[in-house]
Design a protein around this ligand. Structure first.
Ligand code: ADP
Ligand code: MG
Length: 415
């Protein structure tokens, strides 16, 4: 199902695009690192002309977390309709694009490969540069979008389903990891605790809702590594503490389900403990680096209790806090606007660029989908839209290629 969300930061009417197209270039950005298939058209002055996101929550909710194989198969089905929608919402013809940007790291290997294959094919077909984007740097960059002042140097804090990482960000293209989780990511902990409490996936919003009616003081929860003096995190012990408080310790008397009446208080106690650790370490990073700006992104940055606690703590220390707008906290392609900075700095990728999932990739990864299916579909796609005769003849030969409109139609019907 396409969830089409338009970025409030854009400030741009479609007519603006037409009137400025001669002077300002546009790129298409593609994001498929985890469980969102996303594409955006972004102008070189940072204006977001379209921002289309197809989330996969409904596909993963039965499992309580993202299943890599399901994610990459869904990306395969959705990527072309999402690209088509992003171009069409921006009133942009493929030939008007000056570059293709794509997330290549970090993420799920199969999911990243789908986006990269689509991006390479478009870059090749349109004869325009390919720019590879680091998803984490893009999350931090999103904090500055729509602002007219620089966000660097700053502490970058990415708190999502896959990461709880602190960075020393000197510029858009220079960041250094200074801290991270030793086990579960914060968002992963929200998702797992929600499962323990019988709350729906994704866990973050469910826990936030349940916690609103809860008393955080009823259950005492640990604050792992709070006073370690280091910038690392651990959430698996906190998750286990919730499990034991909810159902009792392992043994014949342990409950199989959490009693409903305990859920709000447990959710509130967990959220408070997690937020306290996140806020504390983020401020510690600012202190250690002597920076006065903090940039926070990732899905967990949408959490209201976290936003409020961080705002209060930052204000007390006169720190400048920049949290990405909720629209840009979770995965999206608009934040790949960072590609314009990379482009200006000369970072253009070769067509043999590979994904960097964050794990060592030896040969072809086990769970990577066979991307020959996507190659066929992309060939048909390019043949259908291109106005460059030499490209059309190169790609039109493939009889198995799929019509772009056909796949969009399938997706709209929920296929
Ligand atoms: P990923 O890159 O891992 O997919 P996202 O940036 O898309 O991460 O964020 C998804 C994660 O954010 C999920 O773990 C989800 O539970 C969490 N999340 C989303 N909204 C909230 C919220 N309001 N409070 C806490 N966590 C949240
Ligand atoms: Mg996601």
């Amino acid at each position: 199902m396409i969830a089409r969300r338009f970025n409030e930061l854009s400030f741009v009417e479609k007519t603006d695009f037409v009137s400025t197209e001669q002077s300002l270039r546009v790129l298409l950005a593609i994001e498929s690192s985890c469980d969102e298939t996303a594409a955006a058209v972004v102008r070189e002055d940072g204006a977001v002309l379209s921002n289309v996101i197809a989330s996969q929550y409904e596909l993963h909710e039965d499992w309580g977390g993202v299943v890599p194989e399901i994610a990459s198969r869904a990306h395969l089905r959705r990527i072309l309709p999402v690209i088509t929608a992003a171009l069409s919402e921006a009133d942009c013809q493929p030939e008007q694009l000056s570059a293709i940007a794509v997330t290549t790291e970090p993420g799920l290997v199969g999911s990243l490969l789908v986006g990269l294959t689509a991006a390479k094919t478009l870059a090749m077909g349109l004869r325009i540069p390919l720019i590879t984007v680091n998803h984490i740097e893009a999350h931090i960059y999103a904090c500055g979008m729509g602002r007219d002042h620089t966000i660097y140097p700053s502490v970058g804090f990415v708190v999502s389903g896959g990461h709880t990482n602190l960075y020393d960000c000197r510029s858009a293209t220079e960041s250094r990891l200074i801290g991270g989780t030793t086990d579960d990511a914060a968002g992963e902990a929200f998702d797992k605790v929600a499962r323990i409490l019988g709350l729906p996936y994704p866990g973050g919003p469910s826990i936030q809702r349940a916690a609103a009616d809860g008393d955080p003081g009823r259950f005492r929860m640990p604050r792992p590594l709070l006073h370690s003096g280091r910038l690392d995190f651990s959430f698996s012990g906190l998750k286990t503490a919730v499990l034991y408080a909810a159902r009792g310790i392992p043994g014949p008397d342990q409950l199989t389900h959490t009693p409903t009446e305990l859920v709000p208080d447990l959710a509130a106690a967990f959220q408070q403990a997690a937020v306290e650790v996140l806020v504390h370490k983020c401020l510690l990073a600012a202190e250690q680096l002597s920076y006065d700006t903090i940039c926070v992104g990732g899905g967990v940055a949408a959490n209201l209790a976290f936003r409020e606690a961080l705002a209060e703590a930052a204000a007390k220390r006169s720190l400048r806090l920049l949290i990405a707008p909720p629209e840009l906290c979770t995965d999206n392609a608009a934040m790949a606007a960072i590609a314009w900075e990379l482009f200006a700095a000369g970072h253009v990728a070769d067509l043999d660029a590979d994904v960097l999932p964050g794990l060592v990739r030896i040969g072809k990864a086990g769970n990577a989908p066979d991307d020959s299916e996507l190659r066929l579909r992309m060939a048909g796609y390019i043949a259908a839209f291109t106005r460059l005769p030499e490209v059309r003849s190169e790609f039109a030969e493939n009889p198995q290629a799929e019509e772009p409109q056909k796949s969009f139609h399938c997706l709209k019907q929920g296929a």
